[in-house]
Structure formats: C-alpha cells, structure tokens
Design a protein around this ligand. Structure first.
Ligand SMILES: [Ca+2]
Ligand SMILES: [Ca+2]
Length: 298
C-alpha cells in the first residue's frame, strides 16, 4: 500500500519545474484523497498532509523529474504504482492508522497491518481501492494457479493482516491433474509442510517410479533447484523407522541412497531428495534443516 508513508513529492510552486500541485482539496481523508486522484485524469500523484487533512493533486510535465523525499506528517500516492514492495509492517499503530515507531531516519517505510493490502502482483484485477475490507474481482495471471484448487469464488477481500483471500495465486507447473510449486524459500520441513497446507496442498509425495521421474524433471527445469537438496513429504516422525507420506500411507516405492535411511545421530525423520549430481536419491535428514521444497496440489 502507498499511504502512511512519511514521504512526499517535491512540488515547487512554479510550474516551470514541471512537477506541481494543480488542485488542493481540504478536509479529505487520505483514502478520499486517493480516490479523488484516481478519478481525476490529470492527477498522477498526491501529497497528503496529515494534520490539516490537506490533499494536493499533482501532475507533471513530460520528462520532468519526480523527487520523493522523507517528510514527517506527509504521505504520497503514485497512481501508476500503488504498490510498494519495500514496505515492512508494524503492529504498533496509532488511532489514525499510522505506525507509532515509524523510523524516519532509517528511511524504513512502515505500514500499519490494519491499513490495507498491497496490489496483488500475481492477479489480474479490476479496481484499486485497497483498504481493509475492499473487494476486488480478480483472477490469477497467466502461469499462476488459483489455490486452493476447486475454489470457485472469483473475488478477493483485503484482510486486516494485509493479505488477500480467500484464494491465492502461485506460479505452478501442471502435470496431469496435479500442480507443483517449487518453493525456493529455505524452510524447515515443518514450515515447508505448513506452507503447502496453507494453500490447500501438501509436500510432494513420490509414490511411483513415474513420480520420481517427474520430480527429477521438475528439479532439472527449475534454475537453482537441481544443485541442492529439496524437502518432500515423507517422514518417520510418528514412529521411528516407519516411513509415511503426507496422507499417512506407508512408503512403498523408494529411491533411498545406499545406507539410508540411517537416522544419523538419532535425529533424521524427514525426507529430502538430493541434488542432480547425486542422482536425486533420497536421504533421511534432520527436519530442522532449512531447504527448498516442493508442494503438490490436486
Ligand atoms: Ca528417523
Ligand atoms: Ca540419512
């Protein structure tokens, strides 16, 4: 989201400089200011002065340089890119929805958790009002899959925690009726498992020779994935030496590395698939290790 930033755009009074306020509006909320800018064709940005609730609609001449500066008490909006990816979120918000500890000196922009959602980058959508409770009619962009599978609702609602729901869009690969997501985030096995489950899936299970071939294809085709180990769903957490997949079925087909599973040091309960150079054989490993992972959605 773009407001609650202590930033503004430098707008010298002279129109010669090319960046200027062409309209002032009094006693608007920042949301109303955004709305007015959005509805006004000439408006490209706004500056909003929090204390007097003053909304300045800004336009620029072609090729003029926009200078964004830190300035306490101001917020700005850039109509062309409402989203800001470098924003962290704070929990400590004042009554007007601004972070109490906004650290202006470090130039760290913070956004109150309850102040709205960033534009969903993986979605095509209509509209651009992103305060809490806003609804957008949306669909996943090409190459992304709407998760959980089978959900028919086609709109998203902005939740207080700044995320959209009820569906999410992940960039997956489809094989047959299943979709696979290679998660590059280095997670413990439990965290990787929870990640997949939060999208209605599970860590990938390799129950057949064909699925072993598939996982090798997936890993080879994904840059950065074939030279390291990756979490999949197998584990013997419940009972040492009894290996099960995500749905608790027993592991029958297997491609264990020689001498494994060996429960090394007595603490290897999670299944990793090794790198291409190790021929993608399986190893039991400590669940606490941080690895990439593969989610499966059906
Ligand atoms: Ca074990
Ligand atoms: Ca092992």
């Amino acid at each position: 989201m773009f407001y609650h930033f202590s930033k503004w755009i430098k707008t010298p009074k002279s129109k010669d400089t090319g960046v200027y306020v062409f309209d002032w509006r009094l006693r608007l909320s920042v949301t109303q200011c955004m709305k007015v800018c959005n509805e006004t064709k000439a408006c490209q940005f706004f500056n909003y002065e929090s204390r007097p609730h003053l909304c300045g609609l800004i336009r620029t001449d072609e090729h003029s340089k926009v200078e964004v500066e830190q300035k306490p008490g101001y917020v700005y909006g850039n109509k062309s890119e409402w989203t800001k990816n470098d924003v962290s979120r704070c929990n400590d918000c004042d009554l007007t929805g601004r972070c109490n500890n906004n650290d202006l000196l470090s130039k760290k922009n913070e956004l109150c958790r309850n102040s709205g959602c960033e534009a969903p980058s993986s979605e095509d959508f209509l509209g651009n009002m992103f305060s809490t409770g806003s609804k957008i009619k949306s669909n996943c962009k090409d190459g992304y899959t709407k998760l959980p599978i089978g959900l028919t609702i086609d709109h998203q609602t902005c939740a207080e925690n700044g995320s959209w729901g009820p569906h999410a869009c992940l960039k997956t690969k489809q094989y047959g009726e299943s979709y696979y997501y290679l998660n590059p985030a280095m997670y413990t096995w439990n965290k990787a498992k929870a990640f997949c489950e939060s999208y209605g899936g599970h860590l990938m299970d390799i129950t057949t020779e064909e699925k072993q071939s598939l996982v090798e294809t997936l890993l080879i085709s994904a840059p950065g994935f074939n030279d390291r180990s990756t979490w999949i769903g197998g584990n013997d957490i419940d009972e040492e030496g009894v290996w099960r997949w995500s749905d608790s079925s027993l592991i029958k087909f297997s491609k264990w590395r020689d001498g494994n599973p060996n429960n090394w040091a007595g603490e290897e309960d999670c299944l990793q698939i090794s790198s291409m150079i190790q021929n993608f054989v399986w190893n039991d490993s400590g669940c606490f290790n941080a690895l990439a992972s593969i989610c499966e959605f059906q």
